[in-house]
Ligand binder design. Structure first.
Ligand code: ADP
Ligand code: MG
Length: 648
């Protein structure tokens, strides 16, 4: 008996709809993507009841002829690809030809369209009810396309029941629209929800400065912006991937040009969710764990554990090197060489963060003694000229000179890209390359909207409160410095520099001590002994489970040397195995330094505080402590005025 039969078209469409049309937001996404593919300059999105009763998308794109208007509702009807090979180089948002028939099969659907380039004022209207064509007629309409999906899932009660509260669905829609609006500042977006216009975003034309356009669009969307820094990097990647056909590991030549541009939060700017982390690959909003990781790695110590970067980043890459056809809603993408892309993103982010500070530092004054030096020479002889600095409100307080960042510790240094950065052609038509401003944009706030880093403006010392927070004043307002966090950062970087240069000088203990460990701990310590030695921890084997401790790292002021080593071992163990030992070491240094850094309530004198700020200026990543907590907080005059009710 024959059991198999072909499903009728409308059933097939409904099945496809199960994948494509997950919820109202997916309808909005598919339709807006079609409008973008049709080169619309203005897109209006109207929804009612969270998209359950109405979704209407109207665009001024190139529209469709009568024949196309009918054909586009067939499954696998698309103008965007023709052959299977085209799947390897997709530069449009859509390509499967599934969205319209799917949506039409699960809603009361109407499509009205007129070709932008045609002379005739007459357009076409197609009305479909749950996948069945009800009417096709000529209709007068503006050039472009308007698609309406009413009563979504009216013919699939089970799916309709699964829809969430209207507000939830509306929020999903708005989230998608935010992404589309960020990716296309050149398009005007209007969003009308239940008859109320929520957004009217005008088009931002700025091909020469896509980052400025992006910033402006972000401002349109959210009003005030956190402190954001620009990223603009192109590179040629050395890809390594396995060829599907031959299963051979191939190294592609010519190299793969990639470009990353956009805005990322300045050090210390972060959120507890990924909500403000927007990633686009060839302008398509995507989720990609590899890039998420790369971002966090790029932030390194500028991000608190458990916090997420704020960013809006665009990766432009040859469409052939990325597969967008792995997810029904194309939310995820897969790179041919994930590692290469990941490394590139990490480098780009790290360089931007480091550049944020280094570009801002101006002519170097004579190098002040480092935090290390003043720690070891304390107490500092009071300088009578500066002495009135503390406590209370001082007479003229010296301006702290600006410092040039010291040479970066190696682990912070910009990793040179594998290839020269010049002559990189972006594969997709991106906005024209952002011409690097000869004057650093950061130094020139008028010419760009980039924030001026706090340590680039002169700071005057006012006092210390709570024996921890240093109060400073700048021309912009009030600045607070967490003495403990700042010191941690300074020590951390100095330690890294020494580590990289193999300059760890240990302080010999007057009386070496023996430490006996549990057998497992002993084995573990043996495995990390080289790292410990590099850190300045003078441990050597003295028996099966016994070690001799004869030196400590220089800045460790541990009255209880044994206790210090035992905590260190515990911390090392907690940091986990399977991690590259050097990285593990770095981690632990941060923690150790933290613990043994200047105590919160150590009173510092005026000159010492100045040195602290100067030393911070010499850091590569001065705005956060090694754990990503901010070292400095600013409250500018505007914010103060607001607080005092002097301004709105
Ligand atoms: P896909 O986008 O994958 O090609 P769709 O089902 O979303 O599939 O759309 C089918 C076709 O209909 C598109 O390829 C395009 O030619 C046409 N189309 C859809 N929406 C529009 C629009 N807003 N303006 C112009 N043409 C459109
Ligand atoms: Mg489409």
């Amino acid at each position: 008996m024959n059991r198999i039969r072909l499903l009728p078209e409308h059933v097939a469409n409904q099945i496809a709809a199960g994948e494509v049309v997950e919820r109202p937001a997916s309808v909005v996404k598919e339709l807006v993507e079609n409008s973008l593919d049709a080169e619309a300059r203005r897109i209006t999105v109207e929804i009612q009841s969270g998209g359950r009763s109405l979704i209407r998308i109207t665009d001024d794109g190139f529209g469709m002829s009568r024949d196309d208007a009918l054909l586009c509702l067939e499954r696998h009807a698309t103008s965007k690809i023709q052959r299977a090979e085209d799947l390897h180089g997709i530069s449009t948002m859509g390509f499967r030809g599934e969205a319209l028939p799917s949506i039409a099969s699960v809603s009361r659907f109407s499509l009205t369209t007129r070709e932008r380039d045609s002379e005739s004022p007459e357009g076409t209207q197609v009305i479909i009810n749950g996948g069945k064509i009800v009417e096709v007629k000529a209709a007068g309409s503006a050039a472009g396309t308007s698609i309406e999906a009413r009563a979504l899932f009216f013919n699939l009660p089970a799916r309709r029941k699964f829809l969430r509260a209207e507000e939830t669905e509306a929020a999903h829609i708005q989230h998608y629209l935010t992404l589309a609006a960020l990716a296309h500042p050149e398009v005007a977006f209007t969003f009308v929800k239940d008859g109320r216009t929520l957004w009217q975003l005008s088009a931002i034309k700025n091909d020469d400065a896509p980052i400025a356009a992006l910033r402006e669009r972000m401002r349109q969307l959210s009003g005030t912006l956190p402190s954001l820094i620009e990223v603009e990097v192109s590179e040629n990647l050395n890809e390594r991937f396995t060829d599907d056909a031959t299963h051979q590991l191939e190294t592609q030549d010519p190299k793969l040009p990639v470009r990353l541009w956009g805005l990322i939060g300045a050090p210390g700017v972060a959120r507890s969710t990924r909500e403000d982390q927007h990633l686009f690959v060839n302008r398509r909003p995507v989720e990609n764990r590899g890039i998420n990781h790369a971002l966090i790695e790029g932030y390194h110590t500028a991000l608190m554990k458990g916090r997420f970067p704020v960013c809006c980043l665009f990766l432009e890459i040859n469409p052939a090197a990325v597969d967008v056809n792995i997810h029904p809603a194309k939310r995820e993408v897969k790179f041919r060489d994930e590692r290469a892309v990941r490394g590139f993103v990490t480098r780009a982010v790290r360089d931007a963060l480091l550049g944020f500070h280094s570009a801002s530092a101006s002519p170097p004054p004579p190098r002040t003694p480092s935090a290390m030096e003043w720690l070891s020479t304390r107490p500092v002889a009071p300088d009578p000229a500066r002495e009135p600095a503390l406590p209370g409100f001082p007479a003229p307080v010296p301006r702290l000179p600006m410092a040039q960042p010291a040479p970066l510790p190696l682990s912070f240094q910009r990793v040179p890209p594998p290839e020269s950065k010049s002559e990189v052609q972006s594969p997709v038509q991106p906005p024209r390359a952002f011409a690097p401003n000869p004057q650093s944009p950061i130094l020139n706030p008028q010419s760009s909207n980039s924030p001026t880093p706090l340590l680039a403006v002169p700071l005057r010392l006012v006092g210390v409160i709570g024996r921890l927070y240093v109060v400073l004043e700048s021309d912009r307002g009030l600045v607070l410095l967490d003495q403990h966090a700042a010191h941690e950062r300074i020590l951390f970087e100095q330690m890294l520099t020494r580590l990289e240069r193999n300059e760890i000088t240990a302080q010999r203990l007057l009386l070496p001590e023996t430490i006996e460990l549990a057998p497992r701990d002993a084995a573990f310590v043996r495995s990390v002994l080289p790292v410990l030695t590099r850190l300045g921890v003078g441990l050597s084997e003295f028996g099966e489970r016994t070690f001799l401790l004869d030196a400590l790292p220089p800045m460790v002021k541990a009255p209880d040397a044994r206790g210090f080593v035992i905590t260190l071992v515990d911390e090392l163990k907690a940091a986990g195995e399977g991690v590259n030992p050097l990285r593990l070491g770095e981690h632990v240094i941060a923690k150790t330094v933290c613990r043994h850094a200047v105590k919160a309530n150590d009173p510092l004198t005026g000159p010492e505080l100045e040195n602290l700020v100067n030393d911070l200026r010499h850091c590569a990543m001065p705005y956060t402590c090694p754990h990503g907590r901010p070292t400095l907080i600013e409250m500018n005059f505007r914010e103060l005025e607001k607080k005092f009710g002097r301004a709105q």
